[in-house]
Design a protein. Structure first.
Length: 347
């Protein structure tokens, strides 16, 4: 079976689990460690920044895992798919925080940052910033010292390099209201991977339910059966591992199902990945609510659960920390995905 068909098969059997390293996260060693651990745990896809060096770092972790002789190896030697993320100006995923001169040095932002991007000198480490906005939320109103810059990428130049480095699909973070600019960028994305899966990530911050459905229709006109919709509940919605955190992620998938997939036969097979505030309970909540999905993408929560072990892990080497990290990652994947892919792979 070719890679495109296998990707589609994982989606159609609701077996796709994607670890989101972060659209703006470019710490190469950490990316390799995350992909090493999660490949061993059976993860089927990774989402990384559209930077060829980051794709290579992702591949390094995957390769190390695939050649690893370990009883913990859970994915039967199957290579996970690498997606690179780009985004429209205004989308949270592709912005970087900057601390301005209005800062009063209260240090409240330092512990709020999920990626340790704010050191004691209060100069944001750009490679670590994922644009989550936690720092802005705790910054005193009297200071309002957080601003953002767009992590701009010339996608027609950078995407071919990412594909060359091993990426197989592209995701456009397009949670903005402007359809004309978004579809122009989407067309470029689709042209850069003419035979690959393309994903559009959408949330409801700037879009009504009606607008959401119309945007998906426009995206499908260009991508046809290569289209995936990543339905984002609350972008980078935090790490609390409870039903409330993941409620909006399941809710947006429910809306797309009811307003489009169940109503229009052309969209019956549209794959939906649930994301944004996803955690251990996302798959369970979706199943209990009767919300069908094709896969689950997890970022903050998936990274946080292995973070204490990651420091001590060396890519390619066994250790008690690796064992612990794989076990945590595996539990997260299994709690979300009822794995039917192994039954299907030989069909
Ligand atoms: S809290 Fe979020 S937005 Fe602020 S510096 Fe850290 S990663 Fe960036
Ligand atoms: S929370 Fe705001 S004022 Fe306080 S240190 Fe951070 S940027 Fe400066």
């Amino acid at each position: 079976m070719d890679r495109f068909s296998r990707y589609k098969q994982l989606l159609s059997s609701s077996s796709f689990f994607k670890l989101v390293c972060g659209a703006g996260y470019e710490e190469l060693e950490q990316v390799s460690k995350l992909t090493f651990v999660y490949t061993l745990a059976g993860c089927t896809g990774f989402d990384v920044s559209a930077n060829p060096l980051v794709v290579e770092a992702c591949n390094k972790g995957i390769e190390a895992a695939l050649s690893f002789d370990s009883p913990y190896f859970s994915n039967d030697g199957e290579r996970p798919f690498i997606t690179v993320s780009v985004g429209m100006p205004g989308d949270h995923h592709v912005r970087k925080a900057v601390i301005t001169q209005d800062c009063i040095g209260c240090n409240l932002c330092i512990p709020s940052c999920p990626t340790e991007a704010i050191p004691s000198n209060l100069e944001v480490i750009e490679d670590r910033c994922i644009g989550c906005g936690n720092c802005e939320a705790v910054c005193p109103p009297s200071a309002s010292a957080i601003e953002y810059i767009h992590n701009e990428k010339e996608i027609s130049l950078v995407l071919p390099l990412c594909i060359q480095a091993g990426a197989e699909s592209v995701e456009l973070h397009a949670a903005i209201a402007d359809d004309i600019t978004t579809i122009k960028e989407w067309t470029t994305v689709c042209e850069c991977v003419p035979e690959g899966i393309v994903s559009m990530c959408l949330d409801r911050k700037h879009m009504t339910n009606v607008h959401l459905v119309e945007r998906i229709k426009l995206a499908k006109e260009i991508a046809d059966d290569r289209l995936i919709i990543q339905a984002d509940g609350v972008p980078m919605g935090g790490s609390a591992n409870n039903f409330n955190t993941t409620l909006q992620a399941v809710a947006i998938a429910d809306i797309i199902n009811k307003e489009l997939k169940f109503k229009d036969r052309k969209f019956n097979n549209l794959p939906i990945l649930i994301s944004g505030g996803t955690n251990t309970l996302t798959g369970k909540l979706a199943r209990q609510c009767g919300v069908p999905f094709s896969g689950i993408s997890i970022g903050t929560h998936a990274r946080n659960i292995v973070r204490p072990e990651l420091e001590s892990i060396v890519v390619g080497e066994s250790s008690i920390h690796l064992t612990e990290a794989i076990s945590l990652a595996e539990n997260l994947i299994r709690s979300n995905i009822i794995d039917q892919s192994k039954k299907l792979v030989n069909c």
